[in-house]
Design a protein around this ligand. Sequence first.
Ligand SMILES: *Cc1c(COP(=O)(O)O)cnc(C)c1O
Ligand SMILES: [Zn+2]
Length: 369
Amino acid sequence: MMNYICYDCSSRYSLESNKWKCDCGGLLNLEYEKKPVDFTKTSLSRDHSLWKYIDALPFEKEDVWQEITLGEGDTPLIKISENVFAKAEYYMPTLSFKDRGAVLLIAIAKKLGVERVIADSSGNAGTAIAAYGARAGIQCDIFVPDSTSSKKIKQIEAHGAIIHKVPGTREDTARAAIAMVENTQSFYASHIYNPIFWEGTKTYVYEVFEQMNGKMPDVFIIPVGNGTLLMGAYIAFQELMENGQIIKMPKILAVQAENCAPIVKSFTEGKYTVEPVEGSGTLAEGIAIAAPARGTEILEAIRATGGDIIGVTEKSIVLARKELALKGIYVEITSAANYAAYLQYVEKYPELNNQQVVFPLCGAGLKSN
Ligand SMILES: *Cc1c(COP(=O)(O)O)cnc(C)c1O
Ligand SMILES: [Zn+2]
């Protein structure tokens, strides 16, 4: 049994209902039977993809995912210094971590017999949906802000998706996509609203746990736009705690671009909900989300781990990108925010010098103009 459950009122909906929001307006989470991952077994697996964690994923061993996978997951952990590691998510089939969630979301759509999906994105999620949609033979309509990097738009179009460039803000793009979902009653392949996406992003943490030989790092630095990596990580922490595989949650030290930092604002003010901000424009297009739909859940997750969230400046992002490139690591501009955050967090919490820290390299350098 697997169903959506409303975060606010606990109403349940079948996956076939095609719901992306509760009738009460609440957001949906996913409920299903999962088994603990046997990491001693998966660490020896010759399956170098996230599908080696099938026991804890919402699919059967023999299932539609097999026709759709592109070998996503099992990305390298690069040693930056004695205690600091970067997880190279740009090794993914479409060059960003969004493949983790997109492959699951499209596999579910395929299983439900969906022929057309709609998604909106600042670029990378749309690219991932378009690629797996092409693989699955599902038509994709992808909405992006018209300011999106032309490299990402080309990548989306190459996969045969219909692209809709929307003038205005990222929120205007979301509104346009939702209008089409409502008008056409299509499947909304949203990395923000559909909680199946998190079941993919949670494997990021499984992999780190396995790569560190069954030990968790003390700290995960995680970028936050809509919080899809963050929420996936938090779900993984909860599962591992519930299964007795870890006894303490690692800290989430989150980061936004200072120029578009609604979660930082709420967190700092001690609030439990997130008010939209007026973004002043950031180079970090992948995290430029002024009105995150899952704000309440993101705040809850950060606090539950004893974590923190900071904003980084445009200057520090550009500098961090240069520094990483001079270490042989070329990331898209958005991804440099994570390293900028690490440098800023070490100043804020000098004890980090003696702790194990992992930050993600979310997207490939060639994605930025
Ligand atoms: C999507 C993305 C993020 C942020 O992820 P959210 O799920 O929106 O929080 C960060 N960096 C890159 C490169 C991305 O594509
Ligand atoms: Zn509800």
